[in-house]
Design a protein around this ligand. Structure first.
Ligand code: ATP
Ligand code: MG
Length: 225
């Protein structure tokens, strides 16, 4: 489903080119559960943003469901993100003045879902993450763990096949963090492909495969650490 072929991501600062990713080969099959680990600056977020079509590689080829993503326009990439990928960030990235309901509504509006169908879907995903009683709360009226559950509900709204999470528990205490990872476990058991960046080895060990990054390269050839 995800096939990265010698992906390089280079940034140019003045005359100096810096490669955040130096040639990543990674295949992920549908339904896999993967953790990406590695030191700060090793390229984890850069890689996740490329997998999630938030960014494009400088060189190399990315095939997503056999489609050459690196040749796509920004509109096509936005469309893929909306339909196929649910992204969860460390800092939640919710709209601060919007309620849980309205935050989850955003991707459904982009997808053109209307009326009662949209309303039902919003209530369904908020219930799925245990927030049926918080639909009218704004982020300032929720705990960190609750905010992250809204972000997960938003990521799930359009039924993406792939869930990507960049340090989803990084701003949470261990109890809320465990609750969040339990939701990812359930999503994986329900057939989703889940890829999570984490610094927490005990969380990484719950996945099927650990990909270790070091200085922009995969350190363990994708084998179990
Ligand atoms: N827009 C940019 N311009 C220049 N360099 C960048 C840019 N974005 C990232 N980098 C560099 O690329 C490298 C990898 O960054 P990345 O954010 O992927 O690291 P990370 O593994 O996610 O680290 P962390 O664990 O701290 O989140 C870093 O050295 C960073 O400074
Ligand atoms: Mg990062």
């Amino acid at each position: 489903m995800i096939d990265l072929k010698h992906i390089i991501k280079a940034y140019r600062t003045g005359k100096v080119e810096f490669q955040a990713l130096k040639g990543i080969d990674l295949k992920v099959e549908k339904g896999e559960y993967i953790a990406i680990v590695g030191p700060s600056g090793s390229g984890k977020s850069t890689l996740m943003n490329i997998i999630g079509c938030l960014d494009i590689p400088s060189r190399g080829e990315y095939l997503l469901d056999q489609q050459p993503v690196n040749t796509f326009s920004s509109n096509q990439l936005a469309d893929i993100r909306n339909k196929k990928i649910g992204f969860v960030f460390q800092a939640f990235n919710l709209l601060p003045y919007a309620t849980a309901y309205e935050n989850v509504e955003m991707p459904l509006l982009f997808a053109g879902m209307k009326g009662r169908k949209r309303k039902n879907r919003i209530l369904e995903v908020l219930s799925q993450v245990g927030l049926a009683d918080k639909i009218d709360n704004k982020p300032t009226e929720m705990s960190g763990g609750e905010m992250q559950r809204v972000a997960i509900a938003r990521a799930l709204a359009n039924e993406p096949e792939i869930i990507l999470a960049d340090e989803p528990t990084g701003n949470l205490d261990s109890k809320s963090g465990t609750e969040i990872v339990n939701i990812f476990d359930d999503l994986w058991k329900a057939g989703k492909t889940v890829i999570m960046i984490t610094h927490d080895l005990s969380l990484a060990q719950k996945t099927e495969r650990i990909v270790k990054l070091k200085d922009g390269l995969i350190d363990n050839n994708g084998n179990l650490a």
